[in-house]
Design a protein around this ligand. Structure first.
Ligand SMILES: C[S@@+](CC[C@H](N)C(=O)[O-])C[C@H]1O[C@@H](n2cnc3c(N)ncnc32)[C@H](O)[C@@H]1O
Length: 209
């Protein structure tokens, strides 16, 4: 009986090996170093920098748009100092999370974290791909766009190009200087080397008045 159960579990582990590998990899990293940056969210320095940028976005019309909700932790950080009435739109296709959770469970988790903000209408969760969001007519030009979804060069390049074409006054994102991502190349190419401010790993560009 016990053996049968173990064999079934093994079969499931093989079937879901990609998700299991993701969960185990995250767990091992955190067991070795509880401060390891493997959960996908922001460090305290990054959070402080993003908060400053959100405060400056209060001077501009339009919503704040975050690409990459994950669990909504940073979405809540953005929503707290946002100007009253300034909506936060957060976009995610639920394609990645550090625990290998299925997309539907991942989305439910994020909606749970964001339940107050969603109920109050301060945050809107847009479920889908970044490109699909950008290809639609989304109303007023955002005051600030925060890029933290797909970290490949092409994805970040296209998101920056979209935000610049719209005339977004504050464009920023996460993971600048992190070698395994394409973020730095895309940012340097768009704004020139040294063309953005960097605090922690948050990069930002602001339109001059
Ligand atoms: C690094 S996490 C975001 C972290 C989050 N901003 C935070 O600070 O807590 C990246 C998120 O982007 C989402 N994502 C990845 N590629 C995407 C795409 N092409 N369109 C929309 N979301 C995407 C993943 O599902 C994941 O939840």
């Amino acid at each position: 009986m016990m053996l049968l159960h173990k064999l079934r579990q093994l079969g499931r582990a093989v079937k879901w090996r990609r998700q299991v590998a993701q969960a185990v990899s995250t767990q091992l990293s955190l067991l070795e170093d509880p401060d390891a940056l493997v959960l996908g969210n922001l460090s305290p320095t990054d959070e402080a920098r993003l908060t400053e940028l959100v405060q400056r976005a209060a001077a501009h019309d339009g919503p704040i748009v975050e690409f990459g909700t994950l669990f909504g932790i940073t979405t809540r950080l953005i929503a707290a100092p946002a100007r009253p009435g300034q909506r936060v739109i957060t976009i995610d296709n639920f394609s990645w999370n550090p625990f290998g959770l299925p997309p539907a469970v991942h989305e439910r988790f994020a909606r749970g974290v964001l339940r107050t903000e969603l109920a109050e209408g301060r945050v809107e969760l847009w479920v889908g791909d970044s490109a699909a969001y950008r290809n639609g007519d989304r109303g007023p030009v955002p005051a600030l766009v925060f890029l933290d979804a797909d970290h490949s060069y092409a994805a970040v390049r296209d998101e920056i190009a979209w935000a610049r074409a719209l005339g977004v006054p504050i464009i920023c994102g996460h993971d600048y200087g992190v070698a395994r991502f394409g973020v730095t190349r895309a940012v340097d190419e768009a704004f020139g080397k040294g063309g953005v401010a960097v605090g922690g790993t948050v990069w930002s560009w602001e339109r001059q008045a």
